[in-house]
Design a binder for this molecule. Sequence first.
Ligand SMILES: [Ca+2]
Length: 324
Amino acid sequence: MSTQRELYAVPSVAGRVARRFRLLAVAAAGMVAMGGPVRGTQIVWDGVIGLPHALSDGRLFPDTVVLSLGVFASGFTPTSANVGQWAANWTPASHARWDSQVRYYSGVVDFTVNVIPFVPGAPAYVWVVTGREWMLFRRSTWTWPLGSSIGGPPIVWSADQGVTAVVGAVRTSGQSYFYQTAAVASGDPEAVSWADWRGLHFTAAQLANAAVSGPTADPDGDGVNNVMEYAWLTWPMRGTSRVVAAATAGLVRTGAGDHLSIEFSSDPRARLGFTAEASGGLGSWASGPEEAVVFSSVPGLAVYRSVPPVNGGRRFLRLRVVPQ
Ligand SMILES: [Ca+2]
């Protein structure tokens, strides 16, 4: 009896395994047919090289454009009417820099598991930002893959003709086409941290070398150190990519009178910390709530003021800028 059971059991197990594989094959075929999640460990995402991309006023994209590949929170659908809520619902997976010389961007996402909001099937978008010029686009096939630790070929998401824009526009004209951002009045874009920015522009060896990638280094010799390059998200290794940082002196008024002030503007995506310091004669500087305080601060514009009002004596103010 025992032999018979074993003889019977072997084909039975084989039959179950075969049925399971058939079911898996059917399920896989169904997912492909429906455009469902695919399995992957790496997404390579990029644009089409060499084509002109323009801001809403027709100027070509500057070097300060940063693109992000990411996913919105489950249940949130971005539209041109809710741009002010995008940043709060957005999680980037990867950043890429726009190269204005070759007109190209590319980024890579490595993953093995799915972490919310990067669940299989979640629609992925590319968010393009420089200042208040935004574009958000995707292809219908860009749905987040099922993570895998097995490996395999990269999933390639290229932004070609199949792209549709939520904000901004995809123009077509014969064989050439370009993307165009739109001017957005409200809402703040996602932050690009100091670590994000350094990761975009420096190699591992450069990151380990403070003389190249440290805050006060100026590796491209354009007279703008890395903190100020970060403040405007310019390229630290390209001398032609520079914005002369704008710190402006002025006066602001409170109930106590007029106060010496200093205003610092930056790209609103840069995250900067400030310490204002005051001096009566440039010999020694002091900070703290009795010397200088914030007058107003929003991403992209910080104003600090001296605490004592202007009284005819000499007073100097300076701002220490720390990337975050
Ligand atoms: Ca520089």
